[in-house]
Every structure is written in structure tokens, then in C-alpha cells.
Design a protein around this ligand. Structure first.
Ligand code: B12
Length: 212
């Protein structure tokens, strides 16, 4: 088994300390941070998601895997942040919507946006509508919303409506994502942008700032 496969396997088993150690070992072997992220950590989380869907693993195991993912991400974060530090490309406030505690995807989008030179404020998880509006009033130029549940994606539209009501819709752009969100859904609620993953979130954010 190579190191990336070992990361995937240990993430599946929820072995946080081992995932951390193997993430560092993969970097020491010369594997790029992007490959460790995509082919090690995210690959592992994808397997966990599939097993969860098929009722082969249950919530406690998924939580252990999420902790292991965070342990690996802590090693990668400084490397993913390395570029684009000098001029700010814009201010982004990112949060997981009300009722939803999934944080991994949002955190990853935040790390990659920071790495690309954006100033990112993390609004956390289970974020009430007003907190997004406050962030926009405090200078955020892009409001990013994450939702992973079909029941919580419905909290995205009220944020867009509240921004409009506060007279901020023109100045502030909205960008949404999460594994159940689609471009069609974004269009249907009047979001300015959608991206399926962290890499394309950077392209979309640049486009929304008129930098692309
Ligand atoms: C880990 C996980 C959990 C963990 C979360 C831990 C944490 N700290 O985040 C825990 C155990 C807490 C959890 C709980 C629940 N979960 Co859960 N969970 C997952 C799982 C396995 C992985 C999610 C993940 O982290 N993926 C890895 C990251 C990197 O991917 P991502 O989140 O999709 O993010 C990427 C993109 O979507 C995008 N993106 C994400 N956000 C944003 C934002 C913006 C602005 C942009 C542009 C892009 C973007 O970029 C990211 C990076 O590339 C998924 C299965 C899956 N296939 O996704 C289920 C899943 C999301 N959960 C699910 C469910 C049902 C639940 C629970 C309701 C279970 C229960 N019975 O209690 C609870 C809900 C709790 C709540 N109120 O929020 C379902 C949702 C089904 C649905 N259609 O609604 C899923 C799909 C599993 C399934 N197939 O059934 N879960």
C-alpha cells in the first residue's frame, strides 16, 4: 500500500494521529500538497460518504473520520496558504447555513481562497441569516454559503433576500456550494455564483470580483 492509500485507509478508520503522521510522510516523499489533499484525504472522505450512504458505517464513525480529515488538513493548511499573500483579491465571508454543521468543505474552500489571496472571514457553522448580512455590512464583498443537507439548502434563499432588503445586493455577491447544491439551484434562488469544489470556488470568486 502506498502512502496516499494508507491515508485513505486510516481516514476511513478514523485514525487521526496516523492520518496526521502519514500526511507529513507523503509530503516528505515529495508528493504535492494538492495530490495529498485530493488523492489521500478527499479520496478517503469520499469512501466514507459512500459507506455512510449504504449504511455500512454510522454517524460516530463518520465523526471520527471527520476528525482525522481535520488532523490531515492542519498539516496541509500552511502549504496550501503559501501563495498570493500580498495584495488582497477581495473580502469573502464564508459560513455553513442555519441548521447545518458540516464544516469540512467550507473550511477547505476558505483555505484555498486564502491561498489565492482573498481575505476570508469564517462565520462558522449553523450560521443564522443575520450573521451573513452583518458580515456584508462589515465589508465582505462575497458572501459564501455552504449547505450539505437538502433540508438546510433552503436557508440560502433567505440570505439572498435579506441582502437585497438591506440594499446590499448590488455591492455584495453571493456564492454557494455543497455536495447537494447545483448550478440550476443557484440560478433558481438568484445566487451570483456556484462552484462544485474548492478549486473552482477560487475561479468563481475571481470572476465575481471582476478579476478573471
Ligand atoms: C462528514 C459528514 C458528516 C459529519 C460532519 C463533520 C464536519 N465537521 O463537517 C457529521 C457526522 C457531523 C455529519 C452529520 C450529518 N450528516 Co453528514 N455527511 C458527511 C459526509 C460523509 C462527508 C462530507 C464532507 O466533509 N465531504 C468532504 C468535503 C471536502 O466535501 P464537500 O463538503 O462536498 O465540500 C466541497 C464542495 O461541496 C464545495 N463546497 C462546499 N461548501 C462550499 C461553499 C461554497 C461557497 C462553494 C463555492 C463551494 C463549496 O467545495 C468543497 C471542497 O471541494 C457526507 C457524504 C458526502 N458524500 O458528502 C454526509 C452527508 C452530507 N450527511 C448527510 C446527513 C443526512 C447527515 C445527518 C442529517 C445524519 C443524521 N442522521 O444525523 C447529520 C446532519 C447534521 C447537521 N445538522 O448538519 C447526508 C445528506 C443527505 C441530503 N441529501 O440531505 C450526506 C450526503 C450522506 C448521505 N449520502 O446520506 N455528516
Amino acid at each position: 500500500m502506498d502512502t496516499l492509500q494508507a491515508i485513505t485507509e486510516n481516514l476511513k478508520e478514523g485514525q487521526a494521529a496516523k492520518v496526521k503522521e502519514l500526511t507529513q510522510a507523503a509530503l516528505d516523499e515529495g508528493i504535492s500538497p494538492d495530490d495529498v489533499l485530493d488523492s489521500g484525504l478527499i479520496a478517503g472522505m469520499t469512501v466514507v460518504g459512500k459507506l455512510f450512504k449504504e449504511n455500512e458505517v454510522f454517524l460516530p464513525e463518520v465523526m471520527m473520520s471527520a476528525k482525522a480529515m481535520d488532523a490531515g488538513m492542519a498539516v496541509l493548511e500552511p502549504l496550501l496558504l503559501k501563495s498570493g499573500k500580498h495584495e488582497s483579491k477581495g473580502k469573502v465571508a464564508l459560513g455553513t447555513v442555519q441548521g447545518d454543521v458540516h464544516s469540512i468543505g467550507k473550511n477547505l474552500v476558505g483555505i484555498v481562497l486564502k491561498g489565492a489571496g482573498f481575505e476570508v472571514t469564517d462565520l462558522g457553522v449553523n450560521t443564522p441569516t443575520q450573521k451573513f448580512v452583518d458580515a456584508a455590512q462589515n465589508g465582505a464583498q462575497i458572501i459564501g454559503m455552504s449547505a450539505l443537507l437538502t433540508t438546510t439548502m433552503q436557508h440560502m434563499q433567505p440570505v439572498i433576500d435579506a441582502l437585497e432588503k438591506a440594499g446590499l445586493k448590488g455591492r455584495v455577491k453571493t456564492m454557494i456550494g455543497g455536495c447537494i447544491v447545483t448550478q440550476e439551484y443557484a440560478d433558481s434562488i438568484g445566487a451570483d455564483g456556484y462552484a462544485p469544489d474548492a478549486g473552482s470556488a477560487v475561479d468563481k470568486a475571481k470572476e465575481l470580483m471582476g478579476l478573471a
